[in-house]
Ligand binder design. Sequence first.
Ligand code: GDP
Length: 324
Amino acid sequence: MLNINDLADDLRIGQRSAISRAITLVESSRADHRAEARELLGLLTPDAGGAIRVGVSGVPGVGKSTFIEALGNHLIDEGHRVGVLTVDPSSIRTGGSVLGDKTRMPTLAVSPDAYIRPSPSAGTLGGVARATSQAITVLEAAGFDVVLIETVGVGQSEITVAGMVDTFLFLTLSRTGDQLQGIKKGILEIADVISVNKADGERVREAEATSKDLAGALRLVYAGTKDQWVPPVLTCSALEGTGIDTVWSRIIRHREFMGARGLRDKRAQQQLDFTWALVRDELDQRLRADPRVAEMRAEIREAVLSGEMPAATAADQILAAYDA
Ligand code: GDP
């Protein structure tokens, strides 16, 4: 029998095996584990909340793991303790995990001041989000004062991560014209800081041009708004370690811009949004698992596909079966 009090004590003093066990516990979907996880989180929550929570996103190959490795080491040199978590949409489909693989961050993986945890494969994005946000609490209680959350691709997983962090960093590559149009919209909604990575060798000028274009586009979008944070656009080379400290300084500036009160409000609103997201996810699970719904699934499918039954009628029937 797991003693939750002991586990909480062990992880508060930073014992790695306790941290791992605690995160495994919060990742579990078993009902008894969920109850233990709730108890644990109840004990840890007073010690949590102290970290700078940063999302790091960008397409595969943009250099996220190289960047996190460089930033993580930079922060550790400054005396921070750095936790790395990932939300990996591919783990949801395949059960495997590409992001957060420890071999992608070799020096951080062996640093006593870093803790890397690959994405859980918890079945649904909601499940992964639940596990990840609870893992943040575990890491904060264990004394990590910076938590980096890596994710990939523009879409729901990025929006999910944006809902868990204080500052969202978007890494991108040199692009021109049309390609720029494509990324702008998605970025605008969530990015707080943008950096064009791989600004090294022959790509320095290209990267700087991209950063200028993007900054110009952002200025247009934010023109006329007052007292609003305009995401700065920087360049960096994760490989050479240049520009990393500037990216970090903008992350800190974004925090200062929000202020203590703004940050508190943001986190409170995130909790509320997350509450409803979890409820929706759970309802979705229950609907899928419901035997009455399962029973009629094939029939409904036939009826809708053949055009016999309108979608609204089919939906009503499914809900009636579920409510019964
Ligand atoms: P991720 O998929 O976003 O995590 O990207 P990785 O960090 O795995 O990097 C993908 C490839 O790009 C690797 O071969 C890296 O060595 C390379 N890379 C990452 N950052 C830089 C950089 O700043 N400059 C250059 N030239 N290559 C980089």
